[in-house]
Design a protein around this ligand. Structure first.
Ligand code: ZN
Ligand code: ZN
Length: 450
């Protein structure tokens, strides 16, 4: 097989992998880089000739995997776009939100190429979507050859899949973003457990060591405890989250905590997209028992939209829990605004619950010393770090040791490293060595052959 990573910046970002095997050429995912805007944020699709893909697969609906799918699909109009049922529901909401964000960025950042796609592109993309059942092979045929695509539950977020590709000669597995452990609202992965020739594995947590004392359940309890302390000293809590998945999980967790009186009753504020996605999660949970979510939590929590008048350095108008995206405090997002208004007050807490790229404002805040000044570049505003900053290990990605153990079970001859920072991939290169496979850490935009 041949593989090329079209994410020009490497690491985690505008994910898009193209693969050639058994006479077929296909792409997996086509995302947007969360740290860049406009043309800088998309994969290098131009490497591919127009209409040269036989099919496209979407692993899940986080924007780093989905955000530029309409562009890729527009250039390969005969390629069906294969995905799970929940992804087909969630993709619509995520992509229409993405158009709104790009329209806003057009003015804010003065990028005339935005939006990169419009409603018509979404309509034609949806015409090409083909929903696949999980674990049931889907066969594509061309010139007398056949290839099977099999999706496997990957945990991580509702609808997320690992992708198995089978030709008469080869079996390949792409883990996609994967979480083996279940959470309150979502079951964990049900991965393929047979031998493969080639494994393409995510490596997000290559640098994260999970301490035995910091398992998911206890981390969630610690998060609630820290929130309770903050509220009882009169402060507010900011929990930066991904709008897709983590926000709905946290809504369920908070609802449960209020009912148990584990938290003082305060208002819960949410940013708009996450609230809208609540309805989609509700819909999905009616069709699969792997996703457990009821939109009634919004009413039961009395969840409300963010207050309008938020300004850097000015306290939020009401004490409460602010559950807002983005999870990494990316500039110009609601969580970034909230952080700039809350950071300078030592009663408040900013509690991270997932991965933060070290170069994002969230990553930088986590590396900064308490008491030192922190700059909100987008507003030319500096605040001293007085609020309590903590990070809880509630990642949506598998622990690195779990991924190594998984790779051992699949006994691949080749392993491609994917979806991880350079240092994280380096850890995997060493840790996977005993398996005896050829380990490839692909440079962006270069073809590799096994
Ligand atoms: Zn993801
Ligand atoms: Zn991802």
């Amino acid at each position: 097989m041949k593989l090329i990573d079209l994410n020009p910046h490497g690491g985690i970002g505008a994910n898009c992998t193209v693969c050639e095997v058994g006479g077929f050429r296909f792409a997996i995912d086509s995302g947007l880089h969360p740290k860049y805007a406009g043309k800088d944020s998309i994969p290098r699709h131009a490497v591919l000739d127009r209409d040269s893909l036989d099919f496209i697969i979407l692993t899940h609906c986080h924007l780093d995997h989905l955000g530029s799918l309409p562009l890729l699909s527009r250039e390969h109009q005969d390629a069906p776009v294969l995905m799970s049922y929940p992804s087909s529901v969630l993709a619509r909401r995520m992509l229409s939100n993405s158009i709104s964000v790009m329209k806003r960025q057009r003015n804010e950042l003065n990028l005339t190429e935005l939006p990169l796609y419009g409603r018509d592109d979404l309509t034609s993309l949806y015409d090409r979507v083909k929903i696949l059942s999980i674990k049931r092979p889907f066969r594509l045929e061309k010139d007398g050859r056949a290839i099977d695509v099999v999706l496997h539950h990957a945990g991580h977020v509702a609808g997320a899949v690992s992708v198995e590709i089978k030709t008469p000669k080869e079996r390949i597995l792409f883990t996609g973003d994967i979480l083996f452990d279940g959470s309150r609202t979502l079951d964990g992965a049900e991965p393929l457990l047979e031998k493969v020739d080639t494994l393409v594995t995510e490596t997000t947590r290559g640098l994260s060591i999970r301490e035995p004392s910091r398992q998911r359940e206890s981390e969630m309890l610690n998060l609630l405890e820290e929130s309770a302390k903050t509220l009882s000293r009169g402060g507010s809590v900011l929990i930066p989250v991904f709008a897709l998945g983590r926000m709905q999980e946290m809504l369920s967790v908070l609802d449960d905590a209020f009912k148990r009186n584990a938290l003082p009753k305060v208002p819960v504020f949410c940013s708009g997209l996450g609230m809208d996605l609540v309805n989609h999660f509700h819909e999905i949970s009616k069709n699969t028992n792997r996703v457990r979510f009821n939109r009634k939590v919004l009413r039961s929590l009395g969840a409300r939209p963010l207050p309008r008048k938020l300004e850097p350095g000015r306290e939020p108008p009401m004490q409460g829990i602010y559950l807002v995206s983005s999870g990494m405090l990316v500039e110009h997002t609601p969580s970034y605004v909230m952080a700039s208004s809350m950071l300078g007050d030592d009663r408040n807490s900013i509690l991270f619950v997932g991965y933060c790229d070290p170069s994002t404002p969230g990553g930088q805040l986590l590396q900064s010393e308490p008491g030192t000044p922190f700059e909100f570049n987008a507003y030319n505003h500096i605040e001293p770090i007085r609020a309590k900053i903590r990070q809880f290990d509630l990642s949506g990605h598998a622990d690195r040791d779990q991924l190594v153990a998984y790779a051992e079970k699949l006994a691949p001859k080749n392993i491609f490293l994917h979806h991880g920072d350079p240092e994280a991939r380096e850890w995997f290169t060493n840790a996977l060595e005993p398996i005896g496979a050829k380990i490839i850490n692909p440079e962006p935009l270069q073809f590799y052959e096994t």
